[in-house]
Write a protein that binds this ligand. Structure first.
Ligand code: NAP
Length: 228
């Protein structure tokens, strides 16, 4: 059985990931911004420990890591993310720069904060993995001019995690990036292709396959390799 820390677990893909891992007997540290308001998460059966975490706040990330001192963590899944300013305010002609900065803070820096803070926990594991739920919109190979701040934030986290995968080879920590598909969540909207459960089932299968042999990869939820 593995121990997994997942961010953004109160709803959407993160909630479904928590359900799947808990159902197969793993221990899940389920992090979210507002544990008191996470009613669906509180009902997930199994070994689920709900933790307060604001990935955009270094003090919050440090406090979480202190709470987990000494705990071996096999897998960190950076799932929390935001879409950023209204689309009319994140494009070539108009930009809410404060909103863009916050989007970077959450989507690009949040995963790095969490990974760095939990590195001692990961190093205790035999086959540690750090997975970031990114987006196809962060791929340079996809020309879809919308949500430019969001796209740039995901491209940035892709690049950082790719570099981290090289650095962390000597520590035995595998690093992966996964596009979850277009998912019926608050972010993806009701017309999206996949249910959160379908996306999460695919993501879990991709995480299972991640190893030091495949570290540094970028995949879709269905296991296909994603173009950078
Ligand atoms: N849905 C899609 O079609 C799609 C496509 C590609 C990639 N993704 C990525 O998939 C991941 C999960 O998204 P989802 O579809 O499950 O969306 P979701 O249902 O909207 O959930 C987003 C999660 O991120 C948290 N979050 C949002 N803003 C935050 C902030 N400023 N600081 C910290 N946490 C914040 C949310 O917490 P609160 O409830 O507290 O806000 C929630 O737990 C994200 O990284 C997203 O970029 C989604």
């Amino acid at each position: 059985m593995a121990t997994i820390l997942i961010t953004g677990t109160n709803k959407g893909v993160g909630l479904e990931l928590t359900k799947i891992y808990a159902a197969r007997g793993d221990t899940v540290y389920a992090a979210c911004r507002d544990p008191a308001g996470a009613s669906a998460l509180a009902e997930v059966p199994g070994e689920v420990v709900i933790l307060p975490l604001v990935v955009g706040d270094s003090g919050s990330v440090t406090a979480m890591a202190e709470q987990l001192a000494g705990v071996t963590i096999d897998i960190v899944i950076n799932n929390a993310g935001m879409k950023g300013p209204e689309f009319e305010e994140q494009n070539t002609y108009a930009m809410d720069f404060d909103g863009w900065a916050e989007t970077f803070n959450v989507n690009s820096m949040g995963p790095v904060r969490v990974m760095q803070a939990l590195m001692p926990n990961l190093k205790q594991a035999e086959a540690a993995k750090v997975v970031t739920i990114t987006s196809q919109m962060g791929a340079l190979s996809l020309d879809m001019p919308a949500a430019h701040a969001y796209c740039a934030s995901k491209a940035a986290v892709n690049k950082f995690m790719r570099l981290a995968s090289i650095d962390l080879k000597k520590d035995g920590v595998a690093v992966g990036l996964i596009h979850p598909g277009w998912v019926q969540t608050d972010m993806g909207g009701p017309r999206a292709d996949l249910t959160p459960q379908e996306s999460a089932e695919g993501i879990v299968a991709v995480v299972d396959q991640l190893s030091m042999d495949s570290t540094g990869g970028f995949w879709k939820w269905n296991g296909e390799t994603h173009d950078w």
